[in-house]
Design a protein around this ligand. Structure first.
Ligand code: ZN
Length: 411
């Protein structure tokens, strides 16, 4: 007897506009892992940020990668962006670990862009450090009790500023006396030289769209999965899948969810599944338990607040997992059995060939929705799947189908 699987998807759509995008560079080589996300603002700031990132990458390759070691070196760059009516504040967080150094390196780079005058501002243009010294000192000593009083003035003179709608974030990069430290001061407690009025973004929750899909559990199925997104290519991928009655699974990075919230919501409304791929693509197995859970929970929380959606599946970064990842979260770890290597191979035909070479019922195919060539490849892969009578399903659909088949076999 045929059983039919029905899936109901309920979602909330919110309206919100955003012009910023995120660039992603993820590389995995025998001696190093690189995970970089940075904002694209469509201003003069982009050239400066790209130049800095290129410099960090080449320094990292020269100084820290270690071809003869069992452990890979890792470079991770994460970002924070806050856009106001007249200004854009960007903070890059740089993290380096390597078998060549005892202690991980962590520091920040900050940028403040004046949209009206098309100018990158310096610290002095943002706040009058001398006038704010007292409150900065007070906050520093409150938060870091062991700080050496004699080093405070030097620290403050080298401080960096990032601004969000509620706080002035002040960063102090590592010196011989301290690691990277930071304090937050409420906006109205400190006098700024710039006027950061923010435009209110209206968040309207429109209830509720229901989409249903019918899958015969005896059909041949395949799961297309996409990591590291969303990106500027994701929308066209989900539109193409939608036109072809395909659903896929998108393992997203938490630090991109806000900027691409509309695309994520559209993706969910089309019946795609969203999975967790950490917050900023750090190599999870190298982190402490607290930091692993932090990476995962931050992404869960942001998907929940932005899209009312809670993932049930996790794909750990670089496909490497451990007992903490497996046992300390309630997410199922999902890897893959077909790797298209689309992050590495530039040839679309090669990616298509790798995806479709050994088609098998229940396969999970790994791709990345951060590359134009993956979008091109998908437009060739899906027709081949259809010719061979495969239905593209999400990971949760695949699990449910496997369960129904198991029950059928036991009868
Ligand atoms: Zn990844």
């Amino acid at each position: 007897m045929k059983k039919v699987l029905m899936l109901l998807i309920i979602l909330f759509i919110t309206g919100c506009t955003n012009n910023n995008k995120v660039a992603t560079i993820i590389k995995e080589e025998s001696s190093m892992l690189i995970g970089i996300n940075y904002p694209i603002t469509n201003t003069k700031l982009d050239m400066k940020i790209e130049k800095d990132i290129n410099k960090i990458q080449s320094d990292f390759k020269n100084k820290y990668q270690s071809p003869n070691s069992n452990t890979k070196a890792e470079l991770n760059i994460d970002y924070n962006i806050n856009e106001f009516k007249d200004y854009i504040s960007v903070v890059l967080n740089v993290y380096i670990s390597s078998p060549k150094i005892d202690k991980n390196i962590e520091y920040v780079i900050t940028y403040m862009y004046d949209k009206k005058n098309k100018k990158i501002l310096k610290n002095n243009d943002i706040i009058d450090i001398n006038n704010s010294k007292y409150i900065i000192k007070e906050e520093l000593l409150k938060k870091y009790k062991n700080i050496k009083i004699s080093t405070i003035d030097a620290l403050i003179n080298n401080s960096l500023i990032g601004i969000d709608p509620e706080y002035i974030n002040i960063y102090f990069n590592p010196t011989e006396f301290n690691n990277l430290i930071s304090i937050k001061i409420p906006n109205n407690n400190i006098k700024l030289k710039i006027n950061i009025t923010s435009e209110q973004i209206n968040k309207v929750f429109n209830k509720m769209e229901v989409k249903s899909r019918v899958i015969d559990p005896n059909d041949k199925v395949i799961a297309l999965t996409f990591d590291d997104g969303p990106s500027i290519y994701t929308e066209e991928i989900i539109e193409y899948l939608h036109e072809n009655d395909c659903n896929g699974t998108f393992f997203v990075l938490g630090n991109k969810v806000k900027i691409y919230s509309d695309i994520i919501k559209k993706s969910i409304s089309y019946g795609n599944e969203i999975g967790n791929h950490s917050y900023n693509h750090k190599w999870l197995i190298k982190l402490s338990e607290k930091d692993i859970l932090d990476q995962i929970n931050k992404t869960q929380n942001i998907l929940n607040s932005v899209a009312g959606y809670t993932p049930t599946i996790l794909r750990p970064t670089y496909g490497s997992t451990n007992d903490i990842i497996k046992n300390k979260t309630n997410l199922d770890v999902v890897l893959w059995n077909v790797d298209t290597m689309d992050w590495k191979y530039k040839s679309v035909n090669k990616i298509v060939a790798r995806a479709t070479k050994n088609l098998k019922d229940g396969n999970i195919i790994l791709m990345h929705d951060t590359k134009y060539r993956t979008l091109e490849a998908i437009k060739k892969i899906v027709p081949i799947l259809k010719e061979n009578n495969y239905t593209c399903v999400t990971i949760s659909e695949l699990k449910e189908i496997n369960l129904i088949r198991k029950i059928q076999n036991e009868k």
